[in-house]
Design a protein around this ligand. Structure first.
Ligand SMILES: [Zn+2]
Length: 316
């Protein structure tokens, strides 16, 4: 049997680490998942990443695959040149200001490319997802927080300190609600999952328990007035941020992904498009689309970063 080439891709999340062996064409050849157990601290998380890397390497060896490099998607600000996280990383104690790339590289003897998780998702969507072939686009991930990745002229915009694309902390309301970042009125504090859930809890007329977002969409389709109003409110808040980003970046496409969009789907997307139409913008609402890769966006993007690091010529 001939040997083939592949990369390892790791996506570190607050609750789980997803690892994959990925072929040069982006095919996911094998996956493994372990819990993050973030509360055990940075050293423990690093050990789990190293162990997962070894398991994936062993599996690749069985399959006669030569691993070229490792791509690691992580929350927090990242200095990709140095493979370091910068500053504290929310939900991952002991993960900030840490040379995770060199640490993992010394244990696994492979080059490691570190990339911010929202940026990885943007890269993945551009390679194999909803922004395939697109040179100027923006990916916005709406879940527990709001993250973003900006691709301009086919390149990821990292910024001078690795902090570009933190779209969730655009301030949209002076004296607005407090944000996990410590400031007030950020887009994230107004429109991410926890803010939406709080609005639903505060206004639910009953009876029974407060519906989740997917149930809310079903109710709205069935002309439930409260559900329609709540969905419209969320869409207006999302469109506020999207409209600002349009003015700033003039992209070809904006992709919306993350847990809130996964639950809201086409129904929520349609409401955001309608809200955008009411704004003074010439952006075609049809260019606002749902991301395609879902939970795999991070590993696909990490694999892309690893292949770039290994010098592979990538078509996009
Ligand atoms: Zn903020």
């Amino acid at each position: 049997m001939r040997r083939s080439k592949a990369v390892l891709a790791l996506d570190l999340g607050g609750t789980k680490i997803l690892g994959a062996v990925v072929g040069p064409d982006g095919a996911i050849l094998h996956t493994e998942q372990v819990p993050t157990k973030a509360n055990e601290g940075g050293d423990a998380v690093m050990s789990r990443l190293a162990a997962l890397t070894q398991q994936l390497q062993a599996h690749a060896e069985q399959e006669r695959q030569d691993i070229l490099a490792v791509g690691l998607a992580t929350p927090g600000l990242v200095d990709s040149q140095a493979g370091r996280t910068i500053g504290p990383v929310s939900n991952l104690p002991g993960w900030g200001d840490r040379a995770i790339g060199p640490e993992l590289s010394s244990q696994g003897n492979l080059p490691v490319q570190v990339v911010n998780d929202a940026n990885a998702a943007a890269l993945g969507e551009g390679w194999l997802g909803a922004a395939r072939g697109c040179q100027n686009y923006l990916m916005v991930t709406i879940g527990t927080g709001i993250g973003g990745g900006i691709v301009a002229d086919g390149r990821l915009v990292a910024g001078a300190h690795g902090g570009a694309g933190e779209v969730g902390h655009m301030v949209l309301e002076r004296n607005g609600p407090r944000c996990p970042c410590g400031w007030y009125g950020c887009w994230e504090a107004l429109a991410a999952g926890p803010a939406l859930e709080a609005r639903l809890r505060a206004s639910w007329p009953g009876p029974g328990s407060v519906p989740k977002l997917d149930a809310l969409c079903q109710l709205a389709k069935g002309s439930h007035q409260w559900a329609q109003a709540q969905l419209r409110e969320e869409a207006e808040l999302l469109a506020l941020g999207v409209g600002s980003l349009l003015n700033l970046l003039d992209p070809e496409l904006i992709l919306l992904g993350g847990g809130v969009m996964a639950a809201g789907g086409e129904t929520l997307l349609g409401e955001v498009q309608a809200a955008l139409k009411r704004q003074p913008t010439t952006f075609p609402p049809g260019q606002l689309v749902l991301a395609k890769l879902g939970q795999q966006a991070g590993v696909i993007g990490a694999a892309y970063a690893a292949l770039e690091r290994a010098g592979a010529k990538l078509k996009r």
